[in-house]
Design a protein around this ligand. Structure first.
Ligand code: NAP
Length: 248
């Protein structure tokens, strides 16, 4: 069995996921860079160093997920941390952010686009978590973190004074569902050593928002990384950002 703790980060070839991977490696973990494009994953792993290895992982592809789980088991014999970070803000990659904001509203969104976004942001989280659970259950202190979004908070968006709530659409609804999925895993695993939490990185400059975000990658990765490294006295079933608890 591998002697260091092993973390898998989905969607780690760029953005917040890559920064999470860098920070976990800096904390002494071996980090598996989940990337649907293996070459991009390998380039990202090289940018971190010997403690990072690329692994092909498309969170919407069951075979890819099963192969990744098998490889982690045979090559490392353990998985301590799962970072469910992969996500899309729009169904079509070549769509501009501004256009995506408009077609993201559920009054206009095409059902196939809604399905595509949910496939990655919601069903992807469930499939990857289920596939990795046997290894996480064996870990002395398994941790699961999902990169959530305060923009998907039902409480904050129900407040008429919230200036951002006119953007609540397909993407936000998928992240709200992902928070619910995270809570469901946390509750079902309450009797185990595994802790499951959601972390909002804040509005971070990445491809997801055409680099309109105002926070750096280092800032965005902080809360997910903190929750990945919590001790046995840490929480489970919570949703937080760097300033503390976020309402569901
Ligand atoms: P990003 O730079 O676009 O990164 C998204 C990552 O997810 C990429 O590596 C992407 O891979 C990967 N991905 C997409 N679909 C995938 C699939 N089917 N299988 C595997 N990987 C897939 O954006 P980011 O901002 O860092 O996003 C990371 C997470 O943070 C997302 O869950 C997002 O919802 C969340 N978040 C971001 C913000 C923000 O302000 N940026 C705020 C709140 C929450 P490719 O490179 O192949 O596309």
């Amino acid at each position: 069995m591998h002697d260091k703790r092993v973390a898998l980060v989905t969607g780690a070839n760029q953005g917040i996921g890559l920064q999470i991977a860098k920070d976990l490696a800096a904390n002494g973990l071996t980090v598996l860079i989940g990337s649907r494009d293996l070459e991009k994953g390998e380039a990202a792993a090289q940018s971190i160093g010997a403690d990072a290895k690329a692994i092909q992982l498309d969170v919407t592809d069951r075979e890819s997920i099963a192969t990744a789980a098998e490889r982690i088991k045979s090559e490392f014999g353990r998985l301590d941390v799962l970072m469910n970070n992969a996500g899309v803000s729009r169904a079509k990659l070549n769509q501009s952010f501004e256009d995506a904001v408009k077609t993201n509203l559920l009054i206009d969104a095409l059902l196939e686009d809604v399905r595509t976004v949910f496939e990655t942001n919601v069903f992807g989280v469930i499939s990857v978590t289920q596939a990795m659970l046997p290894l996480l259950r064996e870990a002395p202190a398994g941790r699961i973190v999902i990169t959530g979004s305060s923009g998907a908070s039902l409480t904050l968006n129900s407040d008429p004074t919230n200036p951002h709530r006119n953007m609540f659409g397909n993407y936000s609804a998928s992240k709200t569902a992902a928070h619910a999925v995270m809570l469901a895993f946390a509750l079902a695993l309450e009797d185990t050593r595994i802790k499951v939490n959601a972390a909002c990185p804040g509005f971070t400059s990445t491809a997801l928002n055409n680099f309109n975000g105002t926070r750096s990658l280092e800032e965005g990765a902080r809360e997910p990384v903190r929750l990945a490294l919590i001790g046995d006295d840490g929480p489970t079933g919570t949703f937080s950002d760097e300033n503390g608890s976020v309402p569901w």
